[in-house]
Design a protein around this ligand. Structure first.
Ligand code: 6PG
Length: 256
């Protein structure tokens, strides 16, 4: 990584990882609601967070979150309808949002099903500017951004060698992913980096090699976009289970 201003927390397995993120989520919601009356959180897509979302909707945690004061957004979205099996919105809705009393107007879905992907990105960007009352050139400061990492080093839909990696002005872009032959909507790196708290959820042996390259290898963000994630003022935590951390050698991982 370019900067060593991050923390690696190693936990036993995905269950423990999900529990730890659930507790972090609850703490961050309480902190934000106490400070400003509401919480803004960015949900990750992919499969890793599903266990976390299910846990947050469980009797164990459900009542620990003031859902009426929670606003959720997405870090990225596939260009499919919200009912599609690949939709990040659908995964979060089925596992969490449909089971908690979060007001519908607090669920800020990316309109990625639109034919005109650039227009969809601009619409989401406009929503962010309105919601956060941004002036020109300002970025939203999310209270918490949850991220995953692909085994190619991508995060959100910031994939290796794609145009979105170089975007420094826009908040949201439609990014063409050559290897997937598709567009995806994604928050840009500067937006993610402006968050108060950023947490990567990384689980499983297939992530071990790429995580070692990201954390211990040379700074090559075009090949390893996860390295672009360096908070401006916030906190960056990699929550990693033992199998995903199995190739790390640096002393900095704090095993919990
Ligand atoms: C997506 C995600 C993506 C995901 C990684 C890891 O839309 O797929 O935003 O960035 O977090 O690909 O996915 P897994 O958790 O399934 O390994």
């Amino acid at each position: 990584m370019a900067s060593d201003d991050y923390e690696i927390q190693i936990v036993a397995n995905l269950d423990e990882l999900s529990r730890r993120v659930a507790e972090e989520f609850i703490s961050r919601t309480r902190e934000a609601i106490q400070a400003k009356g509401f919480f803004t959180g960015v949900l990750s897509g992919g499969s890793t967070p599903k266990a976390l979302y299910t846990l947050l909707a469980s009797n164990r945690y459900l009542d620990q979150v003031s859902w009426l004061k929670i606003h959720v957004f997405w870090g990225d979205e596939r260009c499919v309808p919200p009912t599609h099996p690949e939709s990040n919105f659908r995964m979060a809705s089925d596992s969490l949002l449909s089971k908690v009393p979060i007001p519908k107007e607090n669920i800020h879905r990316m309109p990625a099903e639109q034919e005109d992907h650039d227009r969809a990105a601009q619409e989401y960007e406009h929503m962010l500017k309105t919601f956060f009352r941004l002036k020109t050139g300002e970025y939203p400061r999310f209270d918490l951004v949850l991220l995953g990492m692909g085994d190619d080093g991508h995060t959100a839909s910031l994939f290796p060698g794609t145009a979105a990696l170089k975007e420094t002005k826009r908040l949201v872009v439609a990014n063409y992913i050559e290897k997937l032959h598709t567009y995806r909507l994604t928050l840009t790196a500067p937006v993610i980096n402006y968050a108060s708290n950023i947490m990567f959820l990384i689980s499983g042996e297939p992530k071990a090699s790429i995580l070692k390259e990201v954390v211990e290898g040379a700074y090559e963000p075009s090949r390893l976009p996860t390295q672009l994630i360096q908070p401006v003022e916030g906190r960056l935590v990699f929550l990693v289970d033992r199998t995903a951390a199995s190739k790390l050698t640096k002393e900095n991982p704090r095993t919990l």
